[in-house]
Design a protein around this ligand. Structure first.
Ligand SMILES: Cc1cc2nc3c(=O)[nH]c(=O)nc-3n(C[C@H](O)[C@H](O)[C@H](O)COP(=O)(O)OP(=O)(O)OC[C@H]3O[C@@H](n4cnc5c(N)ncnc54)[C@H](O)[C@@H]3O)c2cc1C
Length: 465
């Protein structure tokens, strides 16, 4: 056998499973079709860590609640930005108040702690910025925000340091059951393995395809990224149900830049309608306060974790869930436990549960900055002026385990090119550093994937752009 375990798909679920399994004496590889891991975790993910109170499905709720407790430990251990911000779900009508009571009672029945029903006069104590009429609110102290890409990267880096092989740019095209184990065919190779953990979304490469669509897409979620100059945003996640349209609107602080407003709607909304809906939480928000707008599918709580063939060595994790980042630590621990029990393998003695150190220059004190520059003067050269990202950080992002190989990889790892100038000042500098560090031609540097080259050709033979 080439491997004991092959993990298919390098999203947050695949990477967290790789990390959990890397604690054991197993020969593991993860296969990912893209240039980088966790491609789905775009720079602006809502990044909310739920606590299971909002979830209608009991199993998903308990995974969320378990994930909510575990994730803080993981974030602290691996230096992943994480903050408990709390959430306030507000009710402005009697029908909405009724709904809140039901949600509160369900959360209590599920044993979720630190959830409170509060009246209007107490809301200001929790969220002084909230400036709208409210009859009742459900306040959860558990809700948090995280940097989800950084979490996936941390899991992957530690797994790689502990021996998991990441096979990037390999597309899984077939999985076959053999008399012993499996054969997985990719666009580049054929591998045999004892166990397959398949996290590729959809049915395309499923060993047992069904005709049923497990994921129910519940219409669209529209996002507005509010500029930092708008000073009336709440520090807490604020959710307002919209009974009239079977949707909701929420506003959440992010750990990267600005505040996100999200509107879920069954019908298409114009930009003006989005702003108007957002005003139900942020009354003075206007078009000029918005930096970006984008939309995505909102997936309701249905996810399939199929362990029925675990004794034959096949686990399938499929479906999409709006809280998959939240459940990742819990799901991966549970799956890992079942797998290692089946394989009867032992813990590694030399497992290193530590992520290699890195520095975010802009968060250091002046004294720390000077010390760092003394050790490596590349930390003294600011490449991205908008976000104060130094050359030292970019070089580290390239040289780390699973290092960045694309401009998008640099952006996700460091924040360079993601400022108000959208990279117009620093993108050429980032391309130069990537080409130098990877010993490639400038014209070979890609944005995020094959054939996404940023420079078409040379017009003059300069060494730098
Ligand atoms: C807009 C948005 C906001 C969200 N906000 C939150 C939030 O606030 N809180 C929260 O907890 N969750 C949130 N989520 C959910 C969460 O981000 C996603 O559900 C999660 O990232 C999915 O992870 P995954 O590992 O299951 O799948 P994916 O990330 O899709 O990973 C699967 C991987 O498989 C790879 N792959 C596909 N086909 C092949 C193939 N043939 N061969 C090899 N590799 C292949 C893909 O490239 C991909 O990297 C949000 C999701 C979206 C879309």
């Amino acid at each position: 056998m080439d491997y004991d375990i092959l993990i298919l798909g390098g999203g947050i679920i695949g990477c967290s499973i790789a990390y959990e399994l890397s604690k054991y004496n197993l020969n593991i590889a993860l296969i990912e079709k893209d240039y980088d891991i966790a491609d789905d975790l775009s720079f602006i993910n809502t990044a909310i860590i739920y606590d299971g109170a909002e979830c209608s499905n009991d199993l998903m709720s308990s995974l969320e609640n378990m994930g909510n407790s575990l994730i803080e430990e993981v974030a602290t251990k691996f230096n992943v930005p994480f903050k408990r911000i709390g959430s306030i779900r507000i009710a402005q009508t009697d029908v909405a108040v009724d709904k809140l009571y039901k949600m509160y009672n369900r959360a209590k029945r599920r044993g979720i702690k630190d959830i409170h029903l509060i009246d209007e006069e107490h809301i200001k104590e929790v969220e002084p910025n909230l400036n709208i009429p409210v009859k009742k609110a459900l306040y959860s102290q558990n809700t948090a925000v995280i940097s989800p890409y950084d979490l996936a990267l941390a899991y992957a880096e530690v797994a790689a340091d502990n021996g998991v092989i990441f096979r990037l740019e390999e597309d899984v095209v077939d999985i076959k059951k053999l008399s012993k184990g499996f054969r997985v065919t990719t666009s580049k190779n054929k591998f045999t393995c004892k166990v397959v953990v398949n996290t590729i979304p959809g049915e395309q490469y499923n060993l047992n395809p069904t005709n049923e669509e497990e994921t129910k897409v519940d219409k669209k979620l529209y996002y507005l990224l509010v500029d930092d100059s708008f000073k009336e945003c709440n520090d807490t996640l604020v959710i307002n149900e919209r009974e009239e349209s079977n949707g909701f609107v929420f506003q959440t602080p992010t750990l990267s830049l600005g505040t996100l407003v999200a509107v879920k709607s069954d019908v298409a909304l114009s930009y003006e309608e989005l702003i108007k809906t957002s005003n139900s939480i942020l009354p003075n928000l206007s078009k000029r306060d918005i930096n970006y707008m984008f939309s995505d599918e909102f997936n309701v709580d249905s996810m399939l974790i199929d362990e029925s063939e675990i004794s034959k060595g096949y686990i399938n994790v499929t479906g999409d869930h709006y809280g998959e980042v939240t459940i990742a630590p819990a799901l991966s621990q549970i799956l890992c436990e079942s797998l290692v029990n089946n394989l009867k393998c032992t813990l590694k003695r030399d497992f290193i549960d530590k992520r290699r150190e890195y520095f975010r220059f802009r968060e250091l004190s002046d004294e720390q900055k000077n010390e760092l520059i003394k050790i490596d003067d590349r930390y003294g050269k600011v490449v991205c002026l908008c976000n104060t990202i130094t050359e030292g950080e970019i070089v580290d992002a390239i040289r780390r385990p699973l290092g960045a190989r694309t401009v998008e990889g640099i952006k996700r790892r460091t924040g360079a090119t993601f400022g108000n100038c959208h990279g117009s000042y620093c993108i050429d500098k980032v391309i130069n550093i990537l080409a130098r560090e990877m010993d490639k031609k400038l014209t070979d540097i890609v944005e995020d994937s094959k054939n996404s080259n940023l420079l078409v050709s040379r017009i003059k033979e300069f060494d730098e752009v």
